[in-house]
Design a protein around this ligand. Sequence first.
Ligand code: ADP
Ligand code: MG
Length: 453
Amino acid sequence: MCTVRWQACLCVCAYGQHLAGNHIKADSNHREGRSCVRYKCSLMNTVLDVLHQRPGWVEVKEDGEWDFNWCDVGWLRENFDHSYMEEHVRICHFRNHYELTRKNLMVKNLKRYRKTVEREAGRLEAVKCDFFPLTFVLPSEYHLFVEDFKRSPGSTWIMKPVARSQGKGIFLFRKLKDIMEWKKVKICSSNTDCTRSDEQRDEAQVESYVVQSYIENPYLIHGRKFDLRVYILVTSYLPLKAWLYRDGFARFSNTRFSLRTIDDQYVHLTNVAVQKTAPVYNPEKGCKWQMQQLRRYLTAKHGTYVVEELFKDIDNIFIRSLQSVQKVIINDKHCFELYGYDILLDQDLKPWLIEVNASPSLTASNQDDYEMKYSLIEDTLHIVDMEGRLTGKEKRVGGFDLMWNDGPVFRENAGLETLGSPFQTANTHLGGVNDRKKQLRQLLKPFPGQKKV
Ligand SMILES: Nc1ncnc2c1ncn2[C@@H]1O[C@H](COP(=O)(O)OP(=O)(O)O)[C@@H](O)[C@H]1O
Ligand SMILES: [Mg+2]
């Protein structure tokens, strides 16, 4: 099967048929025969390094024909609809990825999903969807928000622009007048048409924000707040096929947590982009812990059982959030997506979904970070499998474990029976040992033309 697909690629090249994402004319170059994957890449970071070093892959120039495209979402928006893609071509985003990765749309989809679950499976099941903080979209849900705001006097809220990242434009508040001022500033700064009603002006000129209940009791380590960055690879939405990466990290704030100062972003926002501009930031030390380190710390503190339950709850967030958009995302066999999940833990070790990123930063902040991201991208390419080296039945590829394959995936060796019902353990190992090199050596045939060591 593997060789067939690889040879199929050779044949396509050899017979000069359409290969790439753009319209291609059969010409003499194609008839030469090619045993390569032609890639295009919009990023200038670790991704490009991995692509450069992948045996048999060659970069194409601006308008060149490609088989694989690691594009940014801007490129996707402008070009996807005009691109004709051959069967084997792959691209790194789904067309409407924003249904999950825009803060407002994610919440809209989650709310709808929760309602469906409640209707179809009952309240107990719906409670399992309560992993995102109470959220409203502004300006459209302003009145709903005010009702809730009044119900919880003194609590803290966080305002976030729906389509920005790296902590940009975010602020915390406790008084309605703070948001009224924001509203005024936003409207005045772009107010050109005074004949419109307030509502129309809001719609037309105010950047959309979400206002969200602020998690006031984050889990602290050494007095500092952190959140988790976890990587999930989706290779299909219908049926849903999702992989969880074993590595990831916790991103710490440099400054001790306190609710006294709500306007200090160094205390409240854990984005690396924010923290590295803090006066106390030490680039040698950075502000990250590897997921393994965090898991060890939590296990030492709370015991294995508690931590396993926590990680099960985190898995639940991944699966349900993906299911919430399963019917909305345009499924396309050419597309895959490597998501960066932001998860925050509170003092009770309850995980909260903060957001999902379509373009998680793959630029490294130090050597360890580089190695982790390099491996992550390499393993992503192994799964996308342009070379046809997999059978399609794998449950693990390098650091990725298959978490969902049209249903939950269980570990192979967990065949213990309890009272007649099979005792099954989820096939996920977030923060577990990542012996990916060994596993890949056993799993993958060498690249064509490469000798097995
Ligand atoms: N509801 C919340 N409660 C507590 N902290 C939050 C909340 N939302 C965001 N944060 C903090 O702000 C950071 C940035 O928020 P996020 O929604 O991820 O926006 P961005 O796209 O700018 O990264 C998070 O990493 C987290 O530290
Ligand atoms: Mg974020």
